[in-house]
Design a protein around this ligand. Structure first.
Ligand code: HEC
Length: 185
């Protein structure tokens, strides 16, 4: 009896710690679909957090996934983040971290082309197949700090040239390009 009580006390303590740790409280506001997405009104199930499982069929599930996966913008977010980590890697002479991010940048460029095939030509012509990608990879594996730095700045130019070619030159004002414009001496 005593140990059961102790057990219950431990459980109660664990539950209240878990509760205390959650900062997200339920609001009680009724769920509904965004008015911008009229198609969702066709769902037989009421709106819930099971936004995929509660869809009427797999076609609708894939349509929702495709919508959420975005086009070029979400991959570019990831590419820009990894590009900046490459910049950090080069400053630290951490060529392995640089290669790690650089290979994922290539993969993400290719999935971006899969999602937006009208961008594939520029992805390959201005970045993946014209020597820019390979020269950066070679510079990293050479472990030559000066070569890495020089090549990184050529990569930066290639990113920006593609934005011009894709008619989004205004994006060259993105803060990531200002942060990576030069290497501290
Ligand atoms: C196909 C050529 C192409 C290349 C190469 C390219 N970009 Fe982009 N980038 C785009 C396009 C197109 C967009 C706009 C996407 C859209 O309209 O949804 C974009 C968007 C961006 C954005 C804004 C993302 C957002 O919505 O927040 C950033 C930042 C960016 N690119 C950084 C880079 C960096 C860094 C590189 C080089 C490592 C690079 N890009 C290489 C075409 C390219």
């Amino acid at each position: 009896m005593k140990s059961q009580l102790a057990g219950a006390a431990v459980l109660w303590l664990a539950a209240s710690v878990a509760l205390a740790q959650s900062v997200v409280q339920p609001t009680g506001i009724a769920p509904r679909f965004p008015t911008a997405y009229k198609e969702l009104a066709q769902q037989a199930q009421p709106p819930s957090n099971n936004w995929l499982l509660d869809a009427n069929d797999d076609t609708e599930r894939f349509r929702r996934l495709q919508l959420v996966a975005g086009g070029t913008d979400i991959p570019m977010w990831e590419i820009a983040q990894r590009y900046e980590e490459l910049y950090v890697a080069i400053q630290n002479n951490n060529w392995e971290m640089g290669v790690y991010h650089w290979e994922k940048v290539r993969d993400r460029m290719n999935t971006a082309g899969m999602k937006r095939p009208a961008r594939t030509q520029n992805i390959e012509r201005l970045f993946l197949d014209n020597g820019v990608w390979t020269s950066m990879h070679d510079a990293l594996t050479s472990r030559d700090a000066d070569r890495m730095r020089k090549q990184f700045l050529a990569v930066r130019q290639a990113c920006m040239a593609c934005h011009v070619a894709e008619r989004v030159a205004f994006l060259n004002d993105s803060s990531v390009f200002a942060r990576t414009a030069a290497f501290p001496r």
